[in-house]
Design a protein around this ligand. Structure first.
Ligand code: CP3
Length: 334
């Protein structure tokens, strides 16, 4: 939390996106036979899966085990997460009438989230819990396409062809994600990360006009909690300044832009998070060590740095390599 606030730290803190999940055998065991989104509704199980990587890797923060589409499931939308595929939507959202099916969940419909957060903050003690939500554009891409996409053809067809409908959809999704984040923060989460994983598909002018207002609405809606707000996307080198300006305290950077250059793009007054290439872990340790030291070196002049991967942990990652990275970051930065 101090690094997020650009205050002095005794060593660079580290956590990993997708640390709670498939790289861990204890996770696969805990989840056995249970659909992903069902597991997210059982507070004790959510707490156990969230704690597993903290125990195993010695990371400095937990990230809440859930999914960006969970609030959409909670309002009764037909969707599931297909293993190896991602979120799949029964009836894609492409018309005004479809938009009518999207409503903001009441806190009561997310009470199992609040319960899991309360269990976790009690168990974690001083270790922060990072809550999260999906940014409007990334959620819209799943809803419009009906599932994962490479080029976002339908999403862009709506953005360019029916901009009023697109903007209204993103605005509704902003309210839905804000409700999801408020429940987590209200129950005790220390920080939140807004995942705009697929915003890198957009040119800056389109991001600024159609996406930034909705993401700014989400970040603004939770500003009052005083908890650091992290804003992250993949392939967003050209969008870093805009993503910071949308209201983030910390800008997440993928592995394509070195952190010193990212800091120039983002400008003063924000911490940075990142950005080891998540595929480096498949190389021999010497290469992993050099790449990790490189990230720390690039970040040396920043006044706030949270070490992370440039995107999520890949499922085939050897967990022991992540443990060694945590040790190295702590040791080399202290
Ligand atoms: O980061 C964490 O460890 C916390 C939990 C978390 C999950 N999803 C659990 C999960 C978080 C923060 C997310 C966010 C999420 N979900 C994002 C944004 C982050 C990113 O990676 O860009 C996105 C795009 C989604 C949508 C989603 N859910 C995808 C693309 C997938 C992967 C599908 C696959 O199997 O390849 C999921 C499923 C999912 N979410 C899993 C986990 C642990 C895997 C479920 C399984 O074990 O099968």
């Amino acid at each position: 939390m101090r690094a997020c606030r650009r205050e002095p730290v005794e060593h660079t803190p580290v956590w990993f996106m997708r640390q709670a999940g498939r790289a861990l055998p204890e996770y696969r065991k805990a989840r056995e036979g249970m659909p992903m989104l069902t597991s997210c509704t059982i507070p004790e199980l959510v707490a156990e899966i969230t704690l597993q990587p903290v125990r195993r890797y010695g990371v400095d923060a937990a990230i809440f085990f859930s999914d960006i589409v969970l609030p959409l499931k909670a309002i009764g939308l037909g969707l599931e997460i297909k293993p190896g595929v991602g979120p799949v939507i029964e009836q894609p959202v492409r018309t005004e009438a479809d938009l009518g099916r999207l409503r903001v969940p009441d806190p009561g419909e997310l009470s199992f989230i609040a319960e899991a957060v309360r269990i976790l903050t009690a168990e974690l003690g001083p270790t922060p819990l990072i809550g999260f939500g999906g940014a409007p554009f990334t959620l819209a891409s799943y809803l419009i396409e009906g599932g994962p996409s490479r080029n976002y053809e339908q999403t862009k067809a709506m953005m360019y062809g029916a901009p009023d409908l697109f903007d209204a959809l993103l605005d509704r999704l902003a309210d839905i994600t804000a409700a999801f984040l408020r429940v987590q923060l209200g129950a005790g989460a220390s920080a939140v990360q807004l995942f705009d994983s697929w915003a890198g598909a957009l040119a800056p002018a389109d991001y600024r006009r159609h996406v930034m207002p909705a993401s700014a609405k989400v970040l603004g809606a939770v500003a009052g909690f005083g908890a650091p707000r992290i804003h992250f996307g993949v392939g967003t080198g050209e969008l870093l300044a805009l993503m910071g300006a949308a209201g983030a305290d910390v800008v997440g950077v993928d592995w394509r832009v070195p952190l010193d250059e990212a800091a120039r793009r983002v400008g003063p007054g924000k911490a940075l998070q990142g950005n080891l290439d998540p595929s480096v872990v498949f190389a021999p340790w010497d290469a992993v060590e050099a790449a990790t030291r490189r990230v720390l070196h690039d970040a040396a002049g920043l006044d706030g740095h949270v070490f992370n991967l440039g995107h999520g942990v890949a499922p085939q990652t050897n967990p022991d390599v992540l443990t060694r990275i945590v040790e190295l970051v702590h040791e080399a930065s202290s």
